[in-house]
Design a binder for this molecule. Structure first.
Ligand code: NAP
Length: 299
């Protein structure tokens, strides 16, 4: 079997198109422009690249983008004062603080300071609890993106065996909750899981989010499974000196001989994350104004 490719790059472009269409409607019909505020603390080069990409895509979809760059030695009090100001600002519908932050700041406390209704990263305890309770909240962007890809690929998922490798608050746990909502039978595996290969072989849907390059081999994949590769490991490029290459958690070439469909790395899950951040911002804006939410951009 040769797996079909799940093209996250193309799907993310569709999501951005839907976001832009809804933003245009909000502007035309209600005079409302959704706004996303991004807070960057310090000068981490990778974070600067992510923040620039978020700004560009926010503006391209017609939304307002508010960037706040703070020095690496900013005090917790000053950072919280900014977050409080953004929480109170009616033109800001989504707030995210780019992580990692310098060591003297506590990421959990930063997330907790953000109004859950504007927590478009979906990382707050409130939003995690709403997801676990099956209630409406804001869902962490990468798992939301994976769910969109799976819905598009599989349609109905009820009764399927789903295995998620990784149990982080950022990805594994919300992914497991989303699949449970789809009526899958969900296993969340982690570093202490025994016979991981055997557990994975049960999966009709296998989602790998570990950060160990090419850990999942063809023998771990049930024939005909759908494989979503979330992991990203950057290695020196074998052919281009000075360049780097991204590897996923799945050994793509071998897994693709067994799976029914698989996401590549890069070009699979990665592009969905920012697209879902934009989707969450529009959703948050609609909820703030008691307006209908866009179809297919939330759960
Ligand atoms: P994380 O917080 O480090 O969690 C990794 C998880 O993998 C943990 O639950 C850990 O188990 C588990 N694990 C580690 N070694 C394992 C092993 N040998 N067998 C089974 N499980 C193992 O990472 P994360 O934030 O969830 O991210 C995971 C990967 O996804 C990373 O490569 C990250 O870069 C990528 N990612 C990509 C995107 C994107 O936009 N594409 C977004 C988010 C994350 P324990 O809990 O037992 O330690």
């Amino acid at each position: 079997m040769t797996a079909s490719l799940i093209d996250g790059k193309a799907f993310a472009a569709q999501v951005r198109g839907k976001v832009a269409a809804h933003v245009a409607r909000l502007k035309d019909e209600h005079g409302i422009t959704p706004g996303l505020a991004v807070v960057l603390v310090g000068e981490d080069p990778a974070s600067e690249v992510y923040v620039a990409a978020k700004h560009k895509q926010t503006v391209e979809t017609g939304m307002a983008s508010f960037e706040h760059k703070l020095p690496a030695n900013v005090s917790e009090a000053d950072l919280f004062a900014l977050i409080d100001q953004l929480n109170a600002d009616p033109t800001v519908h989504g707030i995210l603080c780019q992580f990692p932050v310098p060591d003297h700041l506590d990421e959990r406390a930063v997330v907790a300071r953000i109004d859950p209704a504007k927590d478009v990263d979906g990382l707050s305890v409130m939003n995690a609890g709403l997801l676990a309770s099956g209630e409406k909240g804001l869902v962490s962007c990468t798992p939301l993106g994976c769910l969109m890809l799976l819905r598009d690929e599989l349609g109905e998922m009820s009764g399927k065996e789903a295995v998620v490798i990784g149990r982080s608050n950022l990805f594994g746990k919300p992914m497991g909750q989303l699949l449970l909502r789809e009526n899958c039978t969900v296993t969340i595996a982690h570093s202490r899981t025994k016979d991981l290969a055997e557990v994975c072989r049960r999966a009709d849907i296998l989602v790998a989010a570990v950060g160990r390059a090419e850990m999942v081999k063809a023998e771990w994949v049930k024939p005909g499974a759908t494989v979503i590769d979330v992991g990203i490991t950057r290695i020196p490029h074998p052919e281009k000196p000075g360049k780097t290459k991204l590897l996923g958690d799945c050994d793509f070439d071998s897994c693709a001989t067994v799976a029914r469909a698989i996401t590549p790395v890069p070009g699979g899950v990665g592009p969905m994350t920012i697209a879902c951040l934009l989707a969450n911002t529009v959703t948050a804006c609609c909820r703030a104004h008691n307006l209908a939410e866009p179809d297919g951009l939330t759960v």
